[in-house]
Design a protein around this ligand. Structure first.
Ligand code: DLZ
Length: 163
């Protein structure tokens, strides 16, 4: 059946679906913990605010962002009824090429694991030039990307459940 979208020019006020039927996992990286802790608090509170039961949220920590993909894979193998996995990390540009390798690996890894398990794996990873840009996006002047990752997870879980 055909469907059409309305008001394509303004998605900023779209309704966030009721998330009470869903189960999520959050994987958070310990590197840059003062940033990722804010991302985590934002994501967790958004899930709770939108009706996810605390018992339906599994949280795990991994050493660095590179390990987020492996954690998502482990979580989806162990808990196949999850409706989404939210991966949170903060990769800050340094003097060497590690930044590019880690960013590419995590982005590609989230995509691959999500497709493999037919479950949304959300890329909630800050990839910034410096610490200040990260602070600005982890509860600072540009909001909290952890909140946005949680909202994305809810919307994708709803899409998968209702398509
Ligand atoms: C090694 C490393 C470096 C240099 N920088 C970061 C970073 O900015 N953010 C992050 O999340 N992790 C970093 N890591 C750790 C890697 O993600 C990973 O944990 C190690 O390479 C071990 O696999």
């Amino acid at each position: 059946m055909a469907t059409q979208l309305k008001n394509l020019s303004d998605f900023s006020h779209t309704t966030i679906p009721d998330a009470s039927p869903y189960r999520f996992a959050i994987a958070v990286a310990e590197w840059n913990a003062e940033i990722t802790g804010s991302l985590y608090n934002g994501a967790l509170n958004k899930l709770l605010d939108h009706g996810v039961a605390a018992d339906n949220i599994i949280s795990v920590a991994v050493p660095g962002s590179f390990e987020l993909t492996g954690a998502a894979e482990l979580l989806l193998n162990k808990y196949p009824d999850l409706d989404g996995v939210i991966c949170l990390g903060c990769i800050i540009q340094g003097d060497t090429r590690h930044f590019d390798f880690i960013c590419d690996a995590v982005a590609q890894g989230c995509t691959n694991v999500g497709i493999k398990h037919n479950t949304p794996v959300i890329f909630g990873v800050l990839t910034t030039n410096d610490q200040q840009q990260a602070i600005d996006r982890a509860g600072g002047k540009h909001g909290n990307k952890g909140d946005e990752a949680a909202i994305t997870a809810i919307k994708m879980a709803h899409l998968a459940a209702t398509l």
